[in-house]
Write a protein that binds this ligand. Structure first.
Ligand code: F6R
Length: 634
């Protein structure tokens, strides 16, 4: 995981690095650090300053204020701990034994143990538990050998040393390296982890993601897998894995909204929950204009060939995105009649089902950067390309909130959910945006395949049009109701969430939201499954949140809730008001809508209840412990 940023130019590097890191904190916030090199006019080489602080970026900023970090060349890092605890000693940058080479890295060096043992046997002393620390030591060794070979110290020397080290590293990495002896040179490289070069005015930058570059660069050059680059104030030299010089034109950096404004809300998460009516409104305006043809009731950016001949859909996703995928699969199967399977991307990579022909593979990731989802998509494309039979050829779609992300560079078709910047680590409005994407796909597939009548399709599109307004009043009402309820349940140790059919994934999502921001143990189950074991957990101290939306399983869910009540559980119902729902001890009322669109409403009380419980407990709602907004390691 982690975020890296690097700069070489004519300005002071530290403020740029800090600003860049601020936009990368979503990739981890266990610790942060930077290294700068200050050119000394009197000597050939520079002076290296390395500052690292445990915890959030604010701690590093204070350290820089106190100590200063002069120089126009620098690298920075924000960490999500993989190897080694989130302590200062494990924070990046890591240096070689002489302290002259500094490295920041994102990814995991899988053979670090073997490399470390070899280096230790040669007398190298390690100061951290990280996988990264092997890299500066290996570079130092190569630089030493190059010097022995008689090469004069120059920027190309650092590049060559890094190029010699890279083949020794197994795993995924994006890294940036600096060396005091070449105070105007930065070497950067990537394999299976994103890295983009930014072209600024009088400076070149490099970062894990575009928001870190947006304030400084007009154009970007995304690095391709296996590439390494030398950046100096005079320009960029880019090489592929074989060492051949690459020439590519940079592209314009546009459409990156990096302005994070909490408005008057206490937390970003609360603001983002309140923005959901807007997310819905935007989607309706963009995708449901009046007067669309009957066979394409939703305006999506795909032509006929996209829909043609699809017999199966496989969706790869993680976390909350996977829950949206489960709702999507329900719609694609039950509404549009296409067999659809959802996979944890991390499982699919190593245990994919046998290849099926004419399959659309959907990668669902709001960030567009989740390593497992990207790798699962790449693996699937590769095995399909190798198959040879055109019926098995890859047909891939990426659904994301970040149309400029790595996902968009990897798959040919992209559906932008357009939810706008989401800062809170817990996904809320992007989840809603993902659901809308599946309504769009399912309606278009159903219309083309004739699996639903024109009237049914029309009725759903009309219902979707009224969602923004209904959500407006729902969010307001539940903000208040959930806050009141949160006081009662803030000290609870375990909560069970029940749902069925299209609302079963919403029960999973309710449990995940509660776990990740309030640290309360929660489980989501299909309501009918309770009696097969989990019901043993129930007692008066375990509240049960039951999602009961009118439809095919309404009465069944109510019966399952009764079964929980009979075991003295406290029942919280997410259901429309009415005589049927009197059994709940507490009711979080939702409008009586068609079951098809009910998840768009039932998820709101889940989000707000979790939010208010976490806020009541005084927790860091927007940056919960151990998490990151974008999971860029396997
Ligand atoms: C939960 C959450 C995570 C993400 C998961 C996938 O609130 O945000 O579970 O859903 O890490 O992230 P994306 O959608 O970026 O692939």
């Amino acid at each position: 995981m982690c975020g890296i940023v690097a700069v070489v130019g004519s300005r002071e590097a530290a403020p740029l690095l800090l600003e860049g890191l601020r936009h990368l904190e979503y990739r981890g916030y266990d610790s942060a650090g930077l290294a700068t090199v200050h050119s000394l006019v009197s000597e050939d080489q520079g002076q290296l300053t390395c500052l690292r602080a445990k915890g959030k970026l604010i701690n590093l900023a204070a350290m820089i204020d106190q100590n200063g970090a002069p120089g126009n060349l620098g690298i920075g890092h924000t960490r999500w701990a993989t190897h080694g605890k989130p302590e200062e000693c494990n924070a990046h940058p890591h240096r070689d034994s002489s302290g002259c080479i500094a490295v920041v890295q994102n990814g995991i060096i899988e053979n670090h143990r073997a490399l470390r043992e070899t280096l230790e046997a040669a007398g190298v002393e390690f100061l951290s538990e990280t996988d990264t620390e092997v890299i500066p030591h290996l570079i130092a060794k190569e630089l030493h050998l190059l010097k022995l070979e008689g090469l004069p110290v120059c920027e190309a020397m650092l590049l060559t040393a890094v190029q010699r080290v890279l083949p020794k590293l197994k795993g995924a990495y994006a890294l940036a390296v600096l060396w005091v002896e070449t105070p105007s040179a930065l070497v950067v490289a990537r394999r299976q982890a994103p890295l983009l070069i930014g072209l600024g005015e009088g400076e070149f930058l490099c970062a894990s993601d575009t928001p870190a570059l947006a304030s400084f660069a007009r154009t970007i050059l995304p690095m391709e897998d296996g590439e390494v680059a030398l950046l100096t104030p005079l320009g960029i030299e880019l090489y592929n894995q074989k060492g051949d010089r690459q020439k590519r034109s940079p592209s314009l950096l546009s459409g990156v909204n990096h302005v994070a404004d909490k408005r008057n809300f206490r937390h970003f998460m609360l603001k983002e929950i309140h923005e959901q009516p807007e997310t819905a409104e935007l989607w309706v305006t963009r995708h449901l204009p009046e007067g669309l043809p009957a066979d394409a009731p939703v305006a999506l950016p795909f032509d006929d060939s996209f829909y043609f001949g699809i017999e199966r859909i496989e969706i790869l996703a993680c976390g909350t995105s996977r829950h949206a995928a489960l709702v999507g699969a329900y719609l694609l199967e039950q509404f549009a009649g296409i067999p659809t399977a959802v996979f944890y991307a991390s499982e699919f990579r190593y245990a994919a089902p046998p290849l099926a022909p004419n399959t659309l593979t959907i990668g669902l990731t709001q960030s567009g950067e989740t390593a497992d989802t990207l790798a699962a998509l790449a693996m699937d494309a590769e095995r399909r390309e190798n198959h040879g039979d055109s019926a098995f050829a890859p047909r891939q779609l990426g659904v994301t909130n970040r149309p400029e992300s790595s996902l968009a560079r990897q798959v040919p078709n992209i559906l932008d959910i357009g939810a706008g910047l989401e800062v809170g680590v817990a996904a809320t409005k992007t989840f809603l945006g993902q659901l809308f994407a599946f309504y769009g796909l399912s309606l278009n597939f159903a219309a083309r395949r004739g699996t639903r009548s024109k009237e049914e399709i029309f009725s759903i599109t009309q219902e979707l049009r009224s969602v923004p307004n209904q959500l407006r009043s729902l969010v307001k009402m539940h903000d208040k109701l959930s806050e009141e309820l949160a006081h009662k349940f803030a000290d609870t140790k375990d909560v069970i969430f029940l749902g069925r059919g299209i609302n079963y994934p919403i029960a999973l999502e309710g449990a995940l939201k509660l776990k990740e921001i309030s640290y309360i143990h929660a489980e989501g189950y299909p309501a009918g499954e309770m009696k097969h074991g989990p019901i043993a957990l129930l007692d008066p101290k375990v509240p049960v949140v039951s999602i009961a939306m009118p439809g095919v399983v309404f009465e069944k869910v109510l019966s399952n809730a009764q079964e929980a009540k009979a075991r003295d559980a406290q029942l919280i119902g997410v259901a429309p008001e009415g005589p049927d729902t009197n059994l709940f001890d507490y009711l979080l009322p939702v409008p009586k809508v068609s079951e098809w669109i009910s998840p768009l409403f039932s998820v709101v009380p889940m989000q707000l209840l979790s939010y208010h419980i976490a806020a009541h407990r005084g927790l860091d709602v927007d940056q919960p412990r151990n998490l990151a907004k974008s999971v860029t390691v396997e």
